[in-house]
Structure formats: C-alpha cells, structure tokens
Design a protein around this ligand. Structure first.
Ligand code: ZN
Length: 293
C-alpha cells in the first residue's frame, strides 16, 4: 500500500503496566524494581498516565492504550475513572500480570494452557472494565512465541503489536501476517531504525528518560520515515511510569520529572505539526489498511 499521496501514519502507544516492572527468576508475573521488595507499585504509572492523557487531549491525539489488566484493575480500585479517561483512545491488552511467557528472564517458560488461562482472564477483565472488545495485543517485554500466537488466534484478537522489525527497503511499516507462526493473525510491528550515526534505535521513548537519547532523534526518525514509508504505520511507545521513576525504580527528582514531560510534549507537538503525517490509533489504521487493499 505504499502510495505516493499517502501520509506516513504514526501511532502513539502506551504500555500501561506497574512502575519499573521486571521479570523475576522463578515466577511468571512481574514485580516493580527493586524486585527484592516483592511488591508491585502503580503510583508513578498513575501519575504518568494522567499526565500523558492530559497531553494527548491538549494535542487532540487519539492513541492506543495497551493495559496490563492487573494495573487497570488497581487504578480503578484507586478511584481513577479509566473508562472515561480512555474514551477517545483505543483500549488493547497488555497481559494479565506482565507474564514472561517465554521464560527468558524468569527461567520458567509458561505452557500454552496457562498462557491461555491468563490472557483469557486479562481480556475478560479489560472488557468488563471498559465495556469494549479488545482487538489488539502487545506482549510483555514484546516477546511472543508459537504458544502465545496460538492463544491470540483462538481468543480472536485481530492483531498483535509485539514484534520488532527494521524499517527499510524490505518493510515499510505495513501490517503483515505472522506467517512464521503459521498464523492468520496480523502484526502491527514496532519499528527499529538508524540514528544519524547509523546506530540502531527503537521507537520506545525510554532512552530519553534514561538519558541515552534526546527527543529530537525521534523527530528525525519520523521525518526520515515520512519519506521512505508512506502509507505505513510508525508506532511510538511509552511507559507512563517512566516519566517519574527510572528502570531501577528510583524516583526522578522534580526537575527531571518536569524535563521528561517537556520532552514528551515537544515530541507530540512536533509530530502534530508535521506535514505529510497523520497520527492515528492502531485499530483505525488497521481498518484503513484492510479497506484499502
Ligand atoms: Zn510492559
């Protein structure tokens, strides 16, 4: 669907999960760092989510919200009106308790039957909270395997958004079937791309908050993709908690928190003003792509 007159489509996606979450040896679910405390916390997530949703309203941007079901439930219990706050956005599934399905970090891979149990529960919980059907899925740690894909197909998800693919001559951001898993499931993949020095970069904003990248590098990436991936979808991703705590769970000082927010604001405002770009929810892009084939 690469057409000269088509814009580059850009999606802003949020992975809404516990503060500084991390897989833990010997267990399937994730805990907040430092994991020795044996806790999951949501304070930074809550604060970050409310701020980001405010910004998205200000910039009139519809986003895709991948909710971990446990986090959604905790925030609702905490008095946050998630359905109302999420109204204009797509709501999609980011697992039950941020399970490490493949056991890559936990050392305990999950059987297909327990993956099915936990994703079914997540989907049911989210559909109950939001009163909407879940069409999209993003796996914790963006890691999927044959078992996860089998489950997503059985549960009738329309798309997965966990795979990472290099944007370039071979892939211009369009959806594709997960043929390597013999599946009929569509993939809306996350892009990787090269920075101005030729170093590989991901579209997650975490590197800004960890002081490893600057926001203009993400704008440059969008500007380049605009020329090479017309009609394709370029997905950016954010963890709301990352505005206020680092990967180790250490709170940022106030000044850093403000800076993080300013960086995000800068990116959203630049993307919003960019010519030849259309910001879109992932489900809306999928509908558009299916219609135009
Ligand atoms: Zn996550």
């Amino acid at each position: 669907m690469t057409k000269i007159d088509e814009p580059l489509y850009i999606a802003i996606s949020l992975d809404i999960d516990p503060d500084a979450n991390s897989a833990v040896k010997g267990r399937h679910d994730a805990l907040s760092s430092p994991t020795e405390h044996g806790r999951v916390t949501f304070e930074a997530c809550k604060r970050g989510l409310q701020k980001i949703l405010e910004l998205l309203d200000i910039f009139d941007i519809n986003a895709t919200l991948f909710y971990e079901a446990r986090t959604a439930q905790m925030l609702v219990t905490d008095g946050v009106d998630l359905p109302k706050l999420s109204e204009r956005h797509e709501v999609a599934c980011h697992s039950l308790k941020h399970e490490d399905y493949l056991g890559k970090a936990s050392g305990v891979p999950m059987e297909e039957v327990s993956i099915e149990e936990s994703i079914t529960k997540a989907k049911d919980l989210l559909e109950k909270i939001f009163g909407r059907e879940m069409r999209g899925f993003r796996a914790p740690y963006t890691r999927i395997n044959q078992a996860v894909v089998n489950v997503l197909e059985r549960l009738e998800f329309q798309y997965d958004s966990s795979e990472t693919v290099a944007l370039g001559a071979k892939w211009k951001g369009c959806p594709f079937l997960l043929e390597k898993f013999n599946a009929n499931l569509l993939e809306l993949a996350l892009p990787t791309f090269l920075d101005s020095k030729g170093k590989k970069m991901s579209s997650y904003f975490w590197a800004i908050f960890e002081g490893q990248r600057v926001s203009s590098e993400y704008i440059d990436a969008a500007l380049r993709a605009k020329e090479t991936a017309k009609g394709g979808l370029f997905i950016f991703s954010i963890h709301p908690w990352h505005l206020y705590v680092d990967c180790q769970g250490k709170p940022f000082d106030e000044e850093q928190g403000i800076k993080n927010l300013e960086n995000l604001e800068y990116i959203l405002s630049r993307l919003k003003q960019m010519q030849g770009v259309q910001i879109i929810r992932q489900d809306a892009y999928l509908d558009h792509w299916l219609l135009s084939r």
